[in-house]
Design a protein around this ligand. Structure first.
Ligand code: PEP
Ligand code: MN
Length: 447
């Protein structure tokens, strides 16, 4: 075991490293007051929940479980209401049923929820006409309206974000207490899907699922069935390090945990070696994820994994690959090989969204369903061909009937993108598209 106490890591040692995507506040004192206040507030999750998730991820690494991670690109404070939260939770639960049928494995669900409020941006400023302002950086930082006052970073928003995350999590916990029949009463959701042929297929899947559910009840008892089918964890990008640091607490086992979420990840824009974000993540005991894009060199990835998980602890490290449908076949095999040669334990997850973003002629950021489908199918195939396995999927999706990604049998056309586009940053799959995506996969288990 590495002796972490002899280390130079502290919850704020990230401040000694270069901070990319840094948020510039005008008043350092106001910032410090907010951080001090956050430090006094109770944690949002417990270290034992975090440890349980790590054990689940370890099972997925071993090929005995599959992880479904999904939700908004950017959660908004105004989404903190009963209907929106219930829809998000139910859509992830329902999707996970299909994944479970497809993979024939137990599933663990992780929402991009209850704290996905801070965004990295490729462009740190935005220009409209004559005016240039700070880009929208997520509700934790500023407001999406294009005015100077709305876009000025305000540290008090961190306290608001903490409160909204806490209210969201509280409601999720109460929702999950409901009876399974109520939680998985998905007919309404399926009936709302536009494509009729798909509805028929999904009704069939749900009927199969109900049969499986009653068998599961019979063999395992109601309580176990409920526990297994509703276990739910939260995640967000650990981008705003002042916020993350303030919610970092020492547990009884003397290890530091980020207790604002179960599963923090580091995004592609903050993953440079020696970065403040990696420095922060290396000292916490949570399971963590790293987004891996096409420019990462396999040997650098190996070194990063060794540095951030020196004990090669099971469940600690998830690599979320996001190459894009055109590059995955070229990039992924060498990475798998390098990780295997170095005997490093990771869970491989595929994010088929972020490498496939494009801007439509009418100015909307979008993604083509066929590119998403292609990348995800290739991810399963390439892992299998290389004696590895994909154990997780990471989606930007919503239960709302949005039209943000084009294509699929739901057929959203480019010219329709303005009709139902509510994402604050990146385009999400609607539930119909997400169901179709899972349904479309050919896996070795189902080949
Ligand atoms: C995201 O997950 O919303 C994101 C910004 O991803 P990436 O860091 O992979 O671009
Ligand atoms: Mn995104």
């Amino acid at each position: 075991m590495v002796d972490h106490t002899a280390d130079t890591w502290r919850p704020d040692s990230w401040k000694d490293k270069p901070v990319s995507q840094q948020i510039k506040y005008g008043d350092p004192q106001a910032l410090q007051q907010v951080v001090d206040k956050l430090c006094q507030l109770p944690p949002l999750v417990s270290s034992s929940e975090v440890d349980t998730l790590k054990a689940r991820i370890a099972e997925a690494q071993a090929g005995k479980r599959f992880i479904v991670q999904g939700g908004d690109c950017a959660e908004s404070f105004s989404d903190c209401n009963a209907d929106a939260i219930s829809q998000k939770v139910r859509s992830l639960l329902s999707l996970s049923l299909l994944v479970s049928q497809k993979t024939r494995q137990p599933i663990t669900r992780i929402g991009r929820i209850a704290g996905q409020y801070a965004k990295p941006r490729s462009e740190l400023t935005e220009t409209q006409g004559e005016t240039t302002l700070t880009s929208y950086r997520g509700d934790l930082v500023n407001h999406v309206h294009f005015t100077e006052s709305a876009r000025t970073p305000d540290p008090a928003r961190m306290l608001e974000g903490y409160s909204y995350a806490s209210l969201t999590l509280n409601y999720i916990r109460s929702l999950l207490e409901a009876e399974l029949d109520e939680l998985f009463n998905l007919e309404a959701e399926v009936n709302s899907l536009h494509d009729l042929a798909q509805q028929k297929e999904l009704h069939k899947s749900l009927r199969n699922f109900r049969d499986a559910l009653s068998l599961f009840h019979q063999f395992n008892g109601k309580q176990t069935a409920h526990r297994n089918l509703t276990e739910f964890y939260t995640s967000h990008e650990a981008l705003h390090l002042h916020y993350e640091q303030a919610l970092t607490r020492k547990a009884n086992n003397a290890r530091w945990y980020n207790l604002s979420t179960h599963f923090p990840w580091v995004g592609m824009r903050t993953v440079q070696s020696e970065s403040a974000h990696l420095e922060y993540l290396r000292g916490i005991a949570n399971p963590i994820a790293i987004k891996v894009g096409p420019t990462v060199r396999p040997q650098d990835l190996v070194e990063l994994c060794r540095w951030i998980n020196p004990d090669n602890e099971a469940g600690r490290l998830t690599l979320i690959q996001r190459f894009g449908h055109e590059q995955i076949a070229d990039k992924l095999p060498a990475m798998i090989q390098a990780i295997q040669d170095a005997d490093i334990r990771v869970l491989w997850s595929c994010d088929p969204m972020h490498g496939n973003t494009q801007v439509s002629a009418n100015g909307y950021k979008t993604r083509d369903y066929s590119h998403i489908q292609s990348e995800l199918q290739q991810a399963f195939d390439i892992h299998q061909e290389n004696d590895s396995h994909l154990g997780a999927v990471h989606l930007e999706m919503t239960g709302e009937a949005v039209m943000e990604c084009v294509g699929s049998s739901y057929t959203v056309k480019h010219q329709e993108l303005g009709k139902a586009y509510t994402s604050l940053v990146d385009p999400r799959l609607n539930l119909s598209q997400a169901f179709e995506l899972i349904d479309s996969l050919t896996l070795s288990q189902s080949k």
